[in-house]
Design a protein around this ligand. Structure first.
Ligand SMILES: CC(C)(COP(=O)(O)OP(=O)(O)OC[C@H]1O[C@@H](n2cnc3c(N)ncnc32)[C@H](O)[C@@H]1OP(=O)(O)O)[C@@H](O)C(=O)NCCC(=O)NCCS
Length: 153
């Protein structure tokens, strides 16, 4: 059975890094990033677990009016089993009057993630064009009720 819980210590980080095999993410760099995130006020990370193994994660930042998805992934051996949907069901359950919106930016080259988000009811709301500092276009996905003001933030 797959359950979800808050991300724990280095053991969880190590398992999440395994998702990025071949993408040159080192344990030291990822742990450093996780530690930095963990200290950021409003940063949250859920993991999906099966048989004590982390099979997926979803992290976000609590912004003043919306939840800002920072990253998500499901281990390649466990995709198309509803784990991504399960994790996003959890974040949706955390929407409130104070933060009624959900926003998720995905680089333009991650088509499976685009199709996934659309399939779970988070349509593409717009595109943030690349800049000098960042050469990647980013597609912005979210709930239909997202306001222009939140997108601009
Ligand atoms: C995107 C991702 C998180 C989806 O996770 P998942 O657990 O496989 O997704 P689910 O099983 O919950 O899929 C729900 C629905 O989304 C759609 N979907 C999911 N993956 C899809 C794909 N590769 N192509 C087309 N549609 C897809 C389907 O409609 C699916 O329902 P179905 O399996 O009944 O047809 C996973 O493919 C992944 O980790 N990708 C690499 C990491 C990444 O791109 N992260 C985002 C950038 S931060």
């Amino acid at each position: 059975m797959i359950t979800t819980r808050w991300m724990g210590g280095p053991a969880d980080v190590q398992q999440i890094i395994a998702f990025y095999e071949g993408r040159q993410v080192t344990y030291a760099a990822a742990t450093q990033a996780a530690e930095k995130h963990r200290k950021t006020p409003g940063w949250c990370c859920l993991v999906a677990v099966e048989d004590d193994t982390v099979v997926g994660f979803l992290s976000w930042l609590e912004r003043p009016y919306y939840l800002d998805v920072q990253g998500f992934g499901v281990h390649s051996d466990h995709r198309r089993r509803g784990i991504g949907r399960l994790l996003f069901d959890q974040i949706r359950g955390r929407l409130s009057d104070r933060r009624p919106h959900l926003l998720c930016e995905v680089p333009d080259d991650l088509l499976p993630a685009h199709l996934f988000l659309k399939a779970i009811g988070l349509p593409c709301l717009g595109v943030k064009r690349s800049s000098v500092a960042d050469e990647t276009d980013r597609y912005v996905f979210g709930l239909d009720n997202l306001t222009t003001a939140a997108m601009a933030g």
